[in-house]
Design a protein around this ligand. Structure first.
Ligand code: SF4
Length: 315
């Protein structure tokens, strides 16, 4: 008889509406224009998803100049600096922007503050495509990046009275609250979003991990090493008391020895990880344990985003 194991499954987990839409955009573009369709950057941060789309005829590139001008190009869900669609238009390319509408909302916010004469502070991770895209909405030097509360002390704004901030959508809620508090303490006049820019999907996935934490000793987060929201889920699990909180890409990454003797294990998945990978991990546990599966649901999600009109129109 295999040993018994309580497996807790976070809900919500996995795909968010922005990822779902971005994948649909590539699939519909392939249907409409045939292969190859070019995609600038990984459409979403998940190798399994990217490989699946590549098999259907998508070609992933890093920069626009790698795309021929006569094939459609899609911009990833993370958003792009303004210079990228401008260059595509200059080259008269057909392009579809798969930027998540919740990221576009942050772009619009940044632009509005800039037009009102405020210098922007972005709370985010240097080099992440979303940070690069949001900072690239404004001219160089107009957006100051802050990654930690300590960075706030060294900020040198043009005018401390004329500042606003935006955030990356996939940050840790608690860490971001600390940075915002540091910004407000040093720059009391700083203007922020009514509700922070961290999106509903990030918030819900982190809340579900926190609710699951008291029942589990170990947490496995299914996601890619370059997925910001997945890495934040690992941190949230560790902060909430899981002595073992680990990112895995799929079932073959599970370190079974590290889980020996653990009575309760939690599973969640980042916003770009498909449910197939969650099922694969559950099946791997079922092959070794007598599993009791319990879902910990903290929210229900009904958010859906429409694909751009160009893909809804006939070819
Ligand atoms: S994580 Fe949030 S902001 Fe990012 S694609 Fe999903 S819904 Fe959009």
């Amino acid at each position: 008889m295999p040993p018994h194991l309580n497996l807790y499954l976070a809900a919500p987990r996995g795909f968010c509406a922005g990822v779902d839409r971005a994948i649909k955009i590539v699939e519909m573009a392939l249907e409409k224009w045939g292969a190859p369709v070019y995609v600038r950057h990984e459409i979403v941060h998940n190798r399994y998803v990217v490989d699946g789309l590549r098999d259907k005829g998508a070609v992933f590139v890093e920069e626009l100049d790698e795309c021929p001008p006569d094939r459609p190009v899609i911009f990833s869900a993370h958003g792009v600096p303004k210079a990228v669609p401008a260059e595509a238009a200059r080259r008269e390319m057909v392009y579809v922007d798969a930027t998540c509408p919740l990221v576009s909302k942050v772009h619009i916010e940044a632009e509005r503050h800039h037009q009102n004469g405020l210098q922007m502070v972005m709370i985010g991770h240097a080099g992440h495509p979303e940070t690069v895209g949001t900072m690239g909405q404004l001219p160089d030097g107009e957006v100051l990046l802050v990654e930690t509360p300590d960075d706030v002390a060294t900020l040198e704004p043009r005018d401390p009275e004329k500042l606003a901030y935006v955030t990356q959508t996939t940050l840790s809620l608690d860490d971001t609250a600390e940075i915002v508090a540091a910004l407000k303490a040093r720059f009391p006049a700083i203007v922020g979003p009514h509700k922070e820019d961290i999106c509903y999907a990030t918030t819900n996935r982190q809340d579900a991990v926190k609710a699951m934490a008291p029942h589990i000793d170990a947490l496995l987060v299914i996601g890619a090493p370059n997925s910001s929201n997945s890495k934040r889920l690992v941190e949230v699990g560790a902060k909430a008391g899981c002595s073992y909180s680990q990112l895995i890409q799929r079932a073959t990454d599970i370190d079974w020895r590290a889980l020996e003797g653990v009575a309760g294990i939690g599973i969640t998945a980042g916003a770009s990880a498909p449910e197939e990978l969650v099922n694969e991990v559950i099946d791997a546990f079922r092959a070794r344990f007598d599993v009791t599966l319990k879902e910990v649901e903290t929210a229900q999600e009904r958010v859906e985003f429409k694909v751009p009109r160009v893909l809804r129109e006939p070819a």
